[in-house]
Structures are given as C-alpha cells and as structure tokens.
Design a protein around this ligand. Sequence first.
Ligand SMILES: C[S@@+](CC[C@H](N)C(=O)[O-])C[C@H]1O[C@@H](n2cnc3c(N)ncnc32)[C@H](O)[C@@H]1O
Length: 215
Amino acid sequence: MVRSMFDAIAPRYDLVNRIMTFRLDTRWRRRAVRDLHLAPGSVVLDLASGTGDLCIDLQRKGLTPISLDLSYGMLANGRSSAPRAQADILKLPVPDNSVDGVICGFALRNLVDLETFFAECARVLKKGGRVALLDVGVPHNPIIRFGNNIYFGKIVPKIGALISDAAAYRYLPRSVAYLPERHELVALLRKSGFADATHTQLSGGLTQLMVGTRD
Ligand SMILES: C[S@@+](CC[C@H](N)C(=O)[O-])C[C@H]1O[C@@H](n2cnc3c(N)ncnc32)[C@H](O)[C@@H]1O
C-alpha cells in the first residue's frame, strides 16, 4: 500500500512538500544533515530517500550518499546524482559495519516495525557512525498543536488533492498517529545501540529530529 501510494504521488511529491511546509522542509533536512557531524567523504545511506532531497544536501556537504527506497516511482523522480536502489529498509541489502552514517527523512511513520528498522541501522553502521532521523512531530505547545492539527488535518489534504492525489494526502497527515511518543522513540533508539540518542523539536515541534552515535 505504501509503495503504490508513493509511486502515485512521486511526480509532484517535491512540489507539494514545498507548498505545504512553506519550504520549511528544506531547512529541516539541512539541519538533519548538519547534525550528523560527519567528515567530508563519509558514506551515508539515505533510507527511504524518496526523490533524494537529503542526498542533495548530503552531497552539498561533501558527503557520499546512497539512496534506498521501496518506491520505484520516487527513485525514478530523484534529482540527486547519488547511486540509488529499490529496497525495503527493514531488510537492508548492505553488509554489517560498512557505512559512516544513516539518515532517514519523514518515513518512520510508514514503517511497520521500528525496532527492526533501528536494529538494521545499528547493524550497517561502523562503530562511531552516526544516525539522524527526521519526522513530523506533535508540538508540545497546545496553541501550536491546535493550529497544526487544523492545518495538517484539514488544509494539507486539500492542497494534496488539488495538486496531487487526494487519498494519499488524507493518509499522510493521519499517519502521524503511528509514531510512538518521543520518549519511547528515544528509549528504543538507545536500546538498539545508540546510547547517546537525543531528541530535538524543530519549528516548535512541527518536526522532530533524533540523532545518535553507534556505540
Ligand atoms: C514521506 S516520503 C519521504 C521521502 C524523503 N526521505 C524526504 O525527505 O522527502 C517517505 C518515503 O518512505 C518510503 N518507504 C516507506 N516504507 C519503506 C520501506 N519499508 N522501505 C523503503 N522505503 C520505504 C516511501 O516509498 C517514500 O519514498
């Protein structure tokens, strides 16, 4: 279901993102890349890379990204020059201890098993390697949360329906419900081999970023 949905929205995915976030999404991705704190030349897997926005930011920083995604449509609409492959990120076709960094943008809530995903991230990373995970969040401030609920729940689906695919943009805002609370996410990440994992709210909590080091 997830794969065919992203295949369908791939051609206009970037455009809808820019419009519905007022381009804040570009800022959030740049922050995730910066917080990897990796040296130029480091090899970074962009997991659930979609059309490769994070790959472009990684390349700008002199890093060497590899793009993996389940949706052929998203990969085919990719705009980066990173090598790419169609793969399920819950079963990474990547050897143990082989990469310096792992990054994943706005995909956690689509995954059926976060524990397996975090274990896969830990498996492929070298000791000292870095992970950065970005996804939509639930703002703590009740006023921002109220506004965000209306915007995300009522307006984003209309923008999506107008420019892209109505069913997909009804699902995407609702999929936030599949994300565990932030303390559970951090606890799971720490248990998976990232003892120093931290959580940061971006833009008042509209988005959340977790980073950690493979111990
Ligand atoms: C909301 S998009 C995010 C794309 C990109 N990371 C970004 O920052 O814009 C979510 C992506 O996750 C991918 N995805 C979902 N489940 C996946 C899985 N199990 N394995 C690989 N990719 C997956 C989808 O195909 C889609 O491209």
